[in-house]
Design a protein around this ligand. Structure first.
Ligand SMILES: [Zn+2]
Length: 295
């Protein structure tokens, strides 16, 4: 996730990655529409003759089963900008993450180039899954904000990524990644914030809801993709708790990172480079968010 590529490889893969990055930009506006407050009771259900108290009103306006996220805001963070490869100096600038100062951003990892096939960068992967995730969430009624859409030369820096979620008052934030670990290390994991209270970081209020969000996503991700939790960390839970990620430390809203698989393992890489599998991955993350937000 945080490993850099050699410059030559970076230059090679970058142009390929950028070829698919011409999508229209998304304004990272943090405003929420007034619709969220306009909850009306759902009167479509059959009256209950026993006159027991009706269930707690749904937090989603109009309680439309097909649009369970209506009135909700989800921020989706494509973990690395494909342009980062060309801006090593800028992304190397240190920013404050509360517990330390850390690089603004990283290039991310990639699959290994092999058999004449170019490497597939984590940046391209995260952007593709994020687009699919955005669509899946919007179909369920959510307002979705992307932290970037490869519509800027590099970044955003990790502190700005956190700020975008905070300013959107997001109900949930998911940062999409893939790992760069040793061959044989396989599977997905979800990174949740540790309790951190230092400098500008205070994760106290988000530790518990973020963990729940992470558990819901891990369960749904395993179900839709058929892949297993990581075999190299998290003791098979698919969850990892970290205190060194600025994107989590500086968040004031529930947030997790999803590491969808290990790009350096050939078997995982075969999945990560499949569009059909990425659709399942996005579906799993969306399903997990729905389950979390429906409480
Ligand atoms: Zn990453």
């Amino acid at each position: 996730m945080t490993r850099s590529l050699p410059a030559a490889l970076a230059a090679l893969v970058c142009s390929a990655a950028l070829a698919g990055c011409g999508a229209a930009s998304e304004a990272a506006e943090g405003t929420r529409g007034p619709a969220a407050a306009a909850t009306t009771p759902d009167r479509s259900r059959t009256p209950d003759p026993s006159r027991t108290p009706s269930p707690a009103p749904s937090r989603a306006p109009a309680a439309d089963a097909a649009r369970p996220l209506a009135g909700r805001t989800v921020v989706v963070d494509p973990g690395h900008n494909p342009g980062n490869f060309r801006h090593p100096r800028e992304i190397g600038e240190k920013v404050d993450i509360g517990t330390a100062r850390k690089e603004c951003d990283t290039t991310g990892t990639s699959t290994n180039a092999s058999g004449g096939k170019a490497a597939y960068t984590e940046a391209a992967f995260t952007l593709d899954v994020s687009h699919r995730l955005k669509k899946a969430l919007e179909e369920r009624g959510a307002e979705v904000v992307l932290t970037h859409d490869a519509d800027r030369p590099y970044g955003p820096c990790i502190d700005e990524r956190a700020r975008i979620g905070n300013e959107a008052a997001a109900d949930a934030v998911v940062s999409v990644h893939a790992d760069g670990s040793a061959v044989g290390n396989r599977g997905f994991h979800v990174i949740v914030p540790a309790e951190v209270r230092e400098g500008s970081a205070d994760t106290g209020p988000i530790v518990a809801p973020s963990r729940t969000l992470g558990e819901r996503i891990a369960a749904a991700f395993a179900r839709t993709t058929g892949t297993s939790p990581a075999n190299y960390l998290g003791d098979g839970t698919g969850l990892d708790v970290r205190s060194d990620l600025g994107g989590l430390n500086l968040s004031t809203v529930p947030k997790v990172f999803v590491e969808c698989g290990n790009m350096r393992d050939p078997k995982d890489a075969a999945l990560l480079t499949s569009g059909a599998w990425r659709q399942k991955a996005a579906q799993g993350i969306a399903d997990g968010i729905v389950t979390y937000l429906q409480g």
